[in-house]
Design a protein around this ligand. Structure first.
Ligand SMILES: C[S@@+](CC[C@H](N)C(=O)[O-])C[C@H]1O[C@@H](n2cnc3c(N)ncnc32)[C@H](O)[C@@H]1O
Length: 240
C-alpha cells in the first residue's frame, strides 16, 4: 500500500523498502550520479566534529551513512538500526567486506521511534533519507534526543521540497517526477517505490520547517546547509 495514505505507515514503508533493498544501492548511485557518497561524508563529518563516543544511525538501510560515520575521528562504535531485515542483512554484509580501519558497526533491527537504548547513550545520532519515511517525525526527533548525551549532536541528510520557480528547479522536478520512476522500474523492478520518493518529498517540511521542528523538539544551535541546488539538506542540532 502507498505509505503516504496507509493507515499503518511504518508497515507500508517497511514492505516497500523490503522490496527495493536488493537494488537500493544501485538506484542511489544512478539517481545521484554517485553524489550521495559525498553528501554522506559531509553529514557524518558534521555529526562527529569535535565529539567522542558512540554514534547512531537510524533507518540505516544498507549502511552507507553508518560507514561514513564510523570513519570519523572520535567515533568509537556505531549502532545502525533499521525496520527492514533485508536492509540490515545487506548493511552487515557490506560492513564485513570493507577493509578500512573504521570503528566497528553493530547492525540491528529496530524502530527509530522506540530505540532499544538507554537515555544518554550516544555522542551523535544521524539519519540519511529516513525522516521523510517515519510515521511520526516529532516523536522520532524526541526519541533521538532521549538517547543523546547532553551536548550530543543530531544530523540529518534529507531531500527538501523545492518551489520550482527557477529553471534549474523545474528541470530537477521533471527529472525527479518523470525520469526517476522509470529508472526505478527498469533498474529496481519497482516503479511505485520511486513514484513515492518524489511525492514523499512534496509532503515533507521545507528546510526552514524541519529546522523549526528540531527547535520545537528541544535542540539548540539548530542550522542547515543546502546541497545540490537546494534539493537536499543537512540539518543539525545539539541536545543542550
Ligand atoms: C530511503 S532509506 C535510507 C537508507 C539509508 N539511511 C541511506 O542513507 O541510504 C530509508 C530507510 O529508513 C528505514 N526506516 C523507515 N522508518 C523507520 C523507522 N521508524 N525505524 C527504523 N528505520 C526506518 C527504511 O526501512 C529504509 O531502510
Amino acid at each position: 500500500m502507498d505509505p503516504l495514505i496507509a493507515p499503518d505507515k511504518a508497515r507500508a514503508v517497511a514492505d516497500m523498502f523490503g522490496r527495493v533493498a536488493p537494488r537500493y544501492d544501485l538506484m542511489n548511485d544512478v539517481m545521484t550520479l554517485g553524489l550521495h557518497r559525498y553528501w554522506r561524508h559531509l553529514a557524518a563529518r558534521a555529526a562527529a566534529l569535535g565529539l567522542q563516543g558512540l554514534g547512531l544511525d537510524i533507518g540505516a538501510g544498507t549502511g552507507d551513512l553508518a560507514q561514513a560515520l564510523a570513519r570519523q575521528p572520535g567515533i568509537a562504535r556505531v549502532a545502525a538500526v533499521d525496520l527492514v531485515p533485508g536492509m540490515v542483512a545487506r548493511g552487515r554484509d557490506k560492513a564485513r567486506r570493507r577493509r578500512s580501519r573504521a570503528a566497528p558497526i553493530a547492525f540491528a533491527l529496530a524502530d527509530g521511534l522506540r530505540l532499544p537504548f538507554r537515555d544518554g547513550t550516544f555522542a551523535c545520532a544521524v539519519s540519511g533519507f529516513t525522516l521523510r519515511n517515519v510515521a511520526d517525525l516529532p516523536a522520532c526527533l524526541a526519541e533521538l534526543r532521549r538517547v543523546l548525551v547532553r551536548g550530543g549532536r543530531t544530523v540529518h541528510l534529507e531531500l527538501t521540497p523545492v518551489a520550482g520557480r527557477r529553471l534549474p528547479e523545474r528541470l530537477f522536478l521533471a527529472y525527479f517526477h518523470h525520469v526517476v520512476p522509470r529508472l526505478g522500474q527498469v533498474l529496481a523492478g519497482n516503479r511505485s517505490a520511486y513514484t513515492y520518493l518524489p511525492r514523499s518529498v512534496l509532503a515533507f517540511p521545507n528546510a526552514e520547517g524541519l529546522a523549526e521542528m528540531l527547535r520545537q523538539s528541544g535542540y539548540v544551535g539548530v542550522g542547515y546547509r543546502l546541497l545540490a541546488g537546494g534539493t537536499t539538506a543537512i540539518h543539525w542540532g545539539t541536545k543542550g
